[in-house]
Structures are given as structure tokens and as C-alpha cells.
Design a protein around this ligand. Structure first.
Ligand SMILES: [Zn+2]
Length: 428
């Protein structure tokens, strides 16, 4: 028997994709008994003309492709990466350690960067992301000890890629480095350029006092705030609760995105529920970063795997929070694994976080939710008039989609079918 995949590309800009499976969160149709929206999508040039239940569109004289129940999602979005650091593992072995050890190792490694090698790594990462179908990506950029050329390289990349990947950048700094007003002023100059700022929160004893003026300033400027918070299993970490308190006390109304938050799983149930409710009251958004957490948390010298870190994604969703999932560190001192494929991240994160049927029920974590958190023009819902920026997978079920770490796909951008390959690692 001949294999179905890949279907033949349409020969015209207006074409009908029939018999698709779309996750219910990603379209407005009523799901079928199998839980999927069984849909047809009529594409016309750069946009979706019509989305309807399978079999309802009659488009005579229109190219028609039977997708045979292949899964379709909107082009993914990743709201938490580190393009400046990605792929340095190709050049150095890092001591496998904990979070603070990784910070030290990366600080030393940073001294070897040049404008040329950084440009090459950033380009490699973006080509990978594009091949996997990403349409938008947010990247932290280390503020401390950053060579001056880092900002230029990243700004140039954002400009070069703007028609393919919307790149949101922000400077990331340890909140302890902002204790003095003159330090904050210098940092704000960098944040001003991007309209958002990034802070690393861990166990700083004076966290609330340090955060308050930063939130106050960001509020006056209309900036968004993006936080690394509670990236550890120690139950004494209480950054998330502090962030909720400061957000409410300062009346901050921009987007506050909290990443990691794996300490929540070390709390008892009563405390966890209380902190999540507090975070909800403050309107905080979340992004789970399972690959880095699997790598960093719970390591010990005897090689016996222990408790791993994982944001309680299901509990946060049930509480009504906006939750996304991101790649975070890719092949660097914080995580020697990973790539920029959001579907691979979702498949891993779903398995660790016990998120059943990930492609059907959790696809919003890598599409609509990060799009909303990032404030993108299109929220990723597949509806009439939406951009024809989509990904069609060679799979019909979550099981089929998760069985191969980087599943095969056709990336559709502005209606065009692109069969892309991630770049060869030898190019690094
Ligand atoms: Zn990160």
C-alpha cells in the first residue's frame, strides 16, 4: 500500500484542505465524538477564507486536498527562549550541575563569544525554529556581562527575520543587581528599547523591596514584565507569592509572565492552592519549561534520579490561568538537550506533567496562549479571515504525534506549503 504522506502541494493560491483534525481550543467549531474538530479549511492566498465542519464547504473549481484526518494547528509561538546562549554546548562541555553552577559556567563561557559566532548561532536557531513552523518567539538576552555587540546582533536578527518570525527581545537581569537607583537607571535604558524587562528571581531575601520600584517604573512606562521565578525544588522558595503581592500592591496592569515555578510542586496542597489563587488574583501568566527543568532540577552526585521539576500546568489551567510551554535553554550550560521544536517540547512536557492527549487538549500551550501573553496581533485561533500560517502534521492522533520526537510536518506560511529541514549541525 502506498503511504498517504506527504500530500501533494496545491497548485493554486486558493485551495481547500478537507478532513482535518483541529484541536478544539484552536477553532470555534463543535468537537466530534472523538474530541477533535473535524474540519475543512478553505485557504485563499495569505488568509483563511472559511473554516467549517468537514464536508460543509463546496468549492467547485477549487484545488482540493484530502488531509485524511491529519492534525492541523496554527503556527506555533514560543514565549520563552534564550537565543544569545543557544547552541554554545557545541563548543564546550559544561559541568552537569545545578542552576547556580550553570549560571557560573555560562558567565565564563560568555567571554569567548564574538560577533561572528553569536550571529551564526542566532541564525542557526531561527532557521531551526522556522523549519519547525514557529511564527513568533520571545528571547531573553543576558544583561549582566553581555558583550556590547550582543544587542546589535539580536536587533539585526529581529529585523532580518521580521517577515518570517516576530522576535520579541528583552534584557534579563538578576534582581539583586538593581538594588541601587543608578543601576536601575542604566538597566531601564536597555529595557526602554524593547518595552519589556526580564528579571531573575530565586531566593533573594529582599525580593519584595527590590521588585517594588521596578514594578512601579514599568507601570509608568507601560512595559511588560517577564520573570524567571522559583526555578528550584526547595519549598522555602516563595518568589511567585512575592510577585503576586508586588503586582497587586503596585497596581501593575501590564502582562507579568512567570516561568518555571517548579517550587509549587514542593508545597503542600493547601499552600499550593493558596499561592495559585493569589497569582490568579494578580493576573499573572505562566510558561512551563519542562526540558530545562528535567535537566537541572533534582540532580545529585550519585546519579540516582530524584524528584524532577515541573510546573503544575493542569492545576494552573483549572484555576483559570493563562499557561504556555516553551523551549527555554537549547544546548547550553543550563540544558544540553533540546531544540526549537514546540511540538517536541509539548510532547515531553505532557508526559512529565501528565497532560493527556497533548495534541488535542493542550495545543494552546504552544499556539494561542503564548500569542496572547506576547500580545500578538493574531491569537492563533483558526477562524475565517485569520492568516494562513499553519502546520499540518503527518499524524492523526496525539499518540501518533508524540511517538516521534520531532514529528514530520508541512509548514504553511501565507498559504504557501513549505517542506523545510532544520539546518545541519555542522554549520554551527
Ligand atoms: Zn529561561
Amino acid at each position: 500500500m502506498n503511504g498517504f504522506w506527504p500530500p501533494t502541494a496545491p497548485g493554486s493560491p486558493r485551495y481547500l484542505l478537507r478532513n482535518l483534525r483541529i484541536p478544539p481550543d484552536l477553532c470555534g467549531l463543535k468537537p466530534a465524538a472523538n474530541g477533535w474538530c473535524q474540519a475543512d479549511v478553505l485557504i485563499n492566498g495569505r488568509h483563511i477564507e472559511t473554516v467549517s465542519q468537514a464536508g460543509e464547504i463546496t468549492a467547485e473549481n477549487t484545488a482540493c486536498i484530502d488531509a485524511d484526518n491529519s492534525i492541523l494547528i496554527s503556527a506555533p509561538v514560543d514565549c520563552h527562549t534564550h537565543l544569545d546562549k543557544a547552541h554554545v554546548a557545541a563548543f564546550q562541555d559544561f559541568p552537569a550541575g545545578d542552576l547556580l553552577g550553570a549560571i557560573d559556567a555560562m558567565a565564563a563561557q560568555k567571554k569567548t563569544w564574538t560577533q561572528e559566532t553569536l550571529t551564526r548561532r542566532v541564525e542557526f536557531s531561527l532557521r531551526s525554529a522556522y523549519a519547525f513552523g514557529l511564527r513568533a518567539l520571545r528571547s531573553h538576552v543576558d544583561y549582566d556581562n553581555a558583550p556590547e555587540f550582543v544587542w546589535q546582533v539580536l536587533d539585526d536578527a529581529a529585523l532580518r527575520w521580521r517577515d518570517r518570525i516576530a522576535l520579541q527581545l528583552l534584557p534579563l537581569v538578576n534582581i539583586s543587581a538593581l538594588a541601587e537607583p543608578q543601576d536601575r537607571r542604566a538597566y531601564y535604558q536597555r529595557a526602554q528599547h524593547y518595552g519589556r524587562l526580564g528579571l531573575f528571581l530565586y531566593d533573594q531575601p529582599d525580593m519584595e523591596a527590590l521588585l517594588t520600584p521596578v514594578f512601579q517604573h514599568a507601570k509608568t512606562q507601560g512595559w511588560d514584565i517577564d520573570l524567571h521565578v522559583d526555578e528550584g525544588l526547595d519549598p522555602t522558595l516563595d518568589g511567585l507569592d512575592t510577585v503576586a503581592r508586588v503586582t497587586l500592591a503596585t497596581g501593575f496592569t501590564g502582562t507579568v509572565l512567570c516561568s518555571h515555578c517548579v517550587a509549587l510542586n514542593s508545597y503542600d496542597a493547601v499552600r499550593r492552592e493558596r499561592v495559585i489563587a493569589h497569582a490568579r488574583k494578580a493576573g499573572l501568566d505562566f510558561v512551563s519549561l519542562p526540558v530545562t527543568n528535567l535537566y537541572l532540577q533534582g540532580r545529585n552526585s550519585n546519579g540516582v534520579p530524584q524528584t524532577r521539576g515541573m510546573m503544575p500546568v493542569r492545576a494552573l489551567k483549572e484555576a483559570g490561568a493563562m499557561v504556555s510551554m516553551g523551549a527555554d535553554n537549547v544546548q547550553d550550560g543550563f540544558c544540553a538537550f533540546g531544540d526549537f521544536d514546540p511540538m517536541a517540547v509539548l510532547n515531553i512536557g505532557a508526559q512529565v506533567g501528565h497532560l493527556d492527549n497533548p495534541a488535542r487538549d493542550w495545543a494552546a500551550l504552544i499556539t494561542c496562549n503564548p500569542a496572547r501573553t506576547m500580545g500578538l496581533e493574531w491569537d492563533g485561533v483558526i477562524r475565517d479571515g485569520a492568516p494562513a500560517d499553519l502546520v499540518l502534521f503527518a499524524a492523526r492522533t496525539s499518540g501518533e504525534l508524540s511517538s516521534r520526537i520531532t514529528p514530520e510536518r508541512i509548514v504553511i506560511r501565507e498559504g504557501n506549503w513549505l517542506v523545510l529541514k532544520a539546518p545541519d549541525f555542522r554549520e554551527l
